[in-house]
Write a protein that binds this ligand. Sequence first.
Ligand SMILES: NC(=O)c1ccc[n+]([C@@H]2O[C@H](COP(=O)([O-])OP(=O)(O)OC[C@H]3O[C@@H](n4cnc5c(N)ncnc54)[C@H](OP(=O)(O)O)[C@@H]3O)[C@@H](O)[C@H]2O)c1
Length: 269
Amino acid sequence: MADRSILLFGGGRMGLAMVRGWVAAGFDPAAIAIVEPAPGAALLSFAQSSGCRLNPPLAAREGQAVVLAVKPQMAADLAAPVAALARADTLVLSIMAGKTLRDLGRLFPGVAAFVRAAPNLPAAVGRGMTVALAGAGCSAADRDFAADLLAGTGALLWFEDEALMDVATALSGSGPGYIFYIADCLTQAGIAAGLAEPVAETLARMTLAGAGEMLRVSDRSAADLRRDVTSPAGTTEAGLRVLMADGALQARLTATVAAALARSRELAG
Ligand SMILES: NC(=O)c1ccc[n+]([C@@H]2O[C@H](COP(=O)([O-])OP(=O)(O)OC[C@H]3O[C@@H](n4cnc5c(N)ncnc54)[C@H](OP(=O)(O)O)[C@@H]3O)[C@@H](O)[C@H]2O)c1
């Protein structure tokens, strides 16, 4: 991996998570350049300790991969710098929410190979779920390079149909917010049943984290894992009978994802 240079635009929350993942995965820090007009303390300290170059003078043809991790509304600002740097074999990898492959093609006309990716917030702790889509100009080597860049922050799944990127945004992109809300609800339920708030909060948080980790490492389905912990006539069964009554929670979650999907499509115009 040492011979592949990377130029990252945007060293915010996601950009920093990605660059941490690259260094941990063995990319040569000296071959990583980060452009960030307002570096935060975490980025400054990471750049210093890792040896990644922060805001270096950009040599023409810098970066075999150019990674775009700025807010979508800043995308147009990158057109000129990317045009100055791109060469025939440059891979542009964008994580800008809502920017389609077509948008990228219009913004960066000199570039042939694009990958559009949508990570989610747990990427910041190496437990992200990223979906990615390769443009028509991507070679197998471009895809492999993008996969190496994206897998540093967690799991990666390739999509073939761009219309489904909005669905992924509504499920895995917004999903951490849903899960944080469920943690909050469980905490409130614990308080209502007599626990002190910090105790209820810890039990809810660690239960979700532990169950989440079991889901991550297990090859059994969520439904099978649930059946495993549900002894007949036991406490879990009594609780689940209420939680699953009338399919109300399923209906609510289906509507939740549908609402996020509608908003994602609205934002994409
Ligand atoms: N956070 C998530 O969970 C998530 C999930 C999926 C996708 N994304 C996408 O990831 C991208 C980054 O999100 P984020 O949460 O990391 O945002 P962020 O923390 O705001 O990071 C964006 C960074 O880019 C910098 N920047 C702005 N203009 C620039 C330019 N011309 N050149 C270089 N750097 C520039 C910003 O600097 P200033 O602060 O000075 O403007 C900021 O530090 C967004 O497009 C977002 O849609 C985020």
